[in-house]
Design a protein around this ligand. Sequence first.
Ligand code: FE2
Length: 375
Amino acid sequence: MENTVIDPKEITSEDFLPLLGTDHVEFYVGNAKQAAYYYQSAFGFELVAYAGPETGIKDRCSYVLQQDKIRFVLTAGMQPESPVSQHVLKHGDGVKVMALWVDDARKAFEETTKRGGEAFMQPEVLKDDDGEIVVSGIHTYGETIHKFVERKNYTGAFMPGFEPRSSQMKIKPVGLKYVDHCVGNVGWGQMNKWVEFYEKVMGFQLLITFDDEDISTEYTALMSKVVSNGNGYVKFPINEPAEGKKRSQIEEYLDFYHDAGVQHIAIATDNIIETVSELRKRGIDFLYVPDNYYEDLSARVGEISEDIALLKEQNILVDRDDEGYLLQIFTKPVQDRPTVFYEIIQRRGAKSFGKGNFKALFEAIEREQKLRGTL
Ligand code: FE2
């Protein structure tokens, strides 16, 4: 099948859900205090805010971490019956909320729910001495939520209910800049349903389609479609498993997450070689691609600014499209279950997703699946 890439700027239909970007990603985890330490020490995030029993929130505690434009919230439940604890019991550590930054959270809620979006939370005004925030939310795939966050009248660290906190150690950022895209895994035959949800309910546009011939190895296959909002700031690829000789990574994810959910978050850097070498020093594990990947790299991607020897040393992958090229690498899962992982990406003109690397990457994942006995 042809891969069509639409330039989001060409999208002319009226944007009923203008998005300013990703506001934050909230993870429900088993131990937020320790997870916060990992994101600070390994990924170079700064602690900026906290909510919990000390700030009057009784059922949970949340640590807010920031690096450049990326904001992560790590939340854990305090009691077994807490919805946070229940979420972790079923899914393991995972993404609960992909929050989108909007100018008008009431309108975002109204426009999406009238188009069939299922309400998660009615618009709520949260106030403190630093001003007010309006938050609303709708459901997306699995138990995952999109919140709409309006913060134009707020100057505090994160949100009312949170108090400012700073890291107790010296933080060295690793050059992570912004969330490039968040990928969801959905069940068999569910991809088109969720693409339609983003088109109809959120006014997104289908950007690219990858069928199982694009994304297959000798053993496993998957299908993927990428949707984007009007200004292209927010992109959500959606994967579903496809038939192969063996069990695909998407099926493995679904078996361990026990639902549809977020598979990976791609984070942009301006210098992937420095970012990745620093992350490696701090103990982050990446997928391994064999050395022969680099043998024909120049022939495949042409002239690039980076030293191929350094890319090989860091095991960074390269792919080219009509507009330029991109460099990317994937971590191994960052919690005990083989579910959520990160992609580190540097775009040098390319707006695509590294199709030329899919085969090498999926073979790398299959090697990991084999070690886990889940291939
Ligand atoms: Fe990705």
